[in-house]
Write a protein of this length. Sequence first.
Lengths: 73, 396
Amino acid sequence: MKRLMLVVSVVFIFSGCSSPEPWVKPYERENLSDPVMNIARDPIAAGYHYHVFETRESARGAGAVTGGGCGCN
Amino acid sequence: MKLNYSIFLFALFTLLFTSKAGYAAVLPEERVDLMIHSFDGGGVEVSGPALLIRTNVASNTSVFYNYYVDNISSASIDVELGGSAYDEERVEQSVGVDFLNGKTTMNLSYTDSVENDYKANTLSLGISQDFFGDLSTLSMGYSQGIDSVGSRTGNNPMTFSSELSNIKRQNYRIGFSQILTKNSTISLGWETITDEATEQGGSGVTLNNPYRSYSFGTAGVNRSFAQEIYPSTRTSNALSIRGSYFIDTFKSAIHYEYSRFQDSWGIKSNTFAVSYVYPGKNWILDFRYRYYDQGQADFYRDMFDFANQFTFMARDKELSAFTSTSVGVSASYEFAKNGWGWIDKGSLNLSYDVLNIEYDNFRDARESQSDGSLAGVESLYTLEADIIQAYISIWY
């Protein structure tokens, strides 16, 4: 039964589905390129906020900024 | 800094000269930002200027320079318990370059930070590749930093004392961004960071702050202090999910974020953040909220039973359990939107945030300094701060 399900799945995948195509065309990206969609619109301000939190919390990484010293005493 | 530069350069130039030409990736905008910042809270005032300049030096090459100063005047709870108020200055400078070739962007940057008791140098490399009709972007990065930890002697803001500890830090980053619809994007990020400290000259300092102390004693009787003892290594992992959604009706946007963090010291944290950006005719307004909570490190206690009770002992409030919330608003006024001389456009910006941190197990030990019966039962400490940024941005 498991083997049958595997065969059916493989046949389904290769016969019924073609590789996906990009679904948002270049001419449909006007909203995405609007400045309000940039989460770090002003890098100097985003970097400062990251530094303020990083020096007072243990969490670090997966943010937008690297480097810097302590300045935390 | 012992870096194998040849490996990075090989990878960088291999990608630079083998990727196919395209039109998706773009260089960062050419702009200059000049900022004055201020943090005021918990007995600490930090303010100073910052400058960020980014310009293109070729059709496929962008460079930047960042200058940032913290002028620190501190009478924090840590300082009051372990010494006297002080002033110091931290100067951070960064330079970097971005190369663009088709759908591939590579970046290289170097950051130098100097205080009278702390020096940090960081070299970062990164690469990102657009694919799948430019709906997807994969990025990777590596950084290596060397920190030199010293101890203040006197109050000279720029004189570095003898080295107490040397820290090697390595960051490994990977990220994936995806355009979901014509109005929404999402991105995932992962970063692993390792620290390796080498004690210098029998100082007893590894990854700890040399001015901080752990506390021990008997509740209701007395509280004493001794130099903290930290592990010499730390490894942390952080995962972030960020998304943005464009609201057609108001031509505005919502941004949201969740991050999960944990490290080899037993600290776990969650971050939730949401912001709303609303554009007017010449204005852009930002409203934001951020929530952060963390659990304590395995070797943290507000008050140990006796000296040298465990191998590692700390009482840094940053390693305690706490909840941090911040609310902020920014206003940007755009000028010269149609250009003026060599300026393409500009903006004047003012930003204000209120930060509140409530500690779950870090007590205000100042209360028991003159009354031993309060030891271990003092009020839980809270920190409130005002954060202000004012800056001008010019695109050219």
